[in-house]
Write a protein that binds this ligand. Structure first.
Ligand code: ZN
Length: 160
């Protein structure tokens, strides 16, 4: 499909240049969790506010490459207002998307299940990061914010 890669690049650059939900939240009530990707030097800081099992607010700080920072921006817009279960499903769908190429390289046929689950979930702008699977060294850049968010949810639940 011609133009799709350009569109994806535009979406990634837009989130990098105009990051959504950039900033901090007062701690407490919010939780602050840091994530690092030493392979690339990326840092993502997630400020998370959970109320009644829902993400009521999220802010992103930190710095790093365009993939890590745009992924964090997309993640923050995607998860706001979702329940913890919905966040877990979206996280799984995103990580499935990030691993399809890897497993097909290995000739594994076990990911057809993951793929069918993926189709049920609207990834929106996150689709733009699909191309990252072609560059395995950048996958950790794209998943950093999601791993940090999962950690932030765990920390918050452990605390309450
Ligand atoms: Zn990076």
């Amino acid at each position: 499909m011609p133009g799709l890669e350009d569109l994806y690049r535009e979406i990634i650059l837009d989130h990098y240049r105009n990051p959504r939900n950039r900033g901090e939240l007062p701690v407490p009530p919010a939780h602050r969790t840091e994530g690092f990707n030493p392979l690339c030097g990326d840092e993502v800081v997630v400020f998370l506010e959970l109320t009644d099992g829902k993400v009521t607010d999220v802010r992103i700080a930190g710095q790093g490459c365009s993939i890590s920072q745009s992924s964090a921006s997309m993640m923050s817009s995607a998860v706001k207002g979702l329940s913890i279960e919905e966040v877990a499903r979206l996280t799984r769908a995103f990580k499935d998307m990030m691993s399809i190429h890897e497993s097909s390289l290995e000739g594994a046929d076990a990911d057809s299940e993951a793929e069918s689950e993926l189709e049920e979930i609207e990834l929106g702008d996150l689709e733009a990061l699909r191309g990252v699977v072609k560059f395995p060294v950048r996958i950790k850049c794209a998943t950093l914010s999601w791993n940090t968010l999962s950690q932030a949810i765990e920390d918050t639940l452990a605390d309450s």
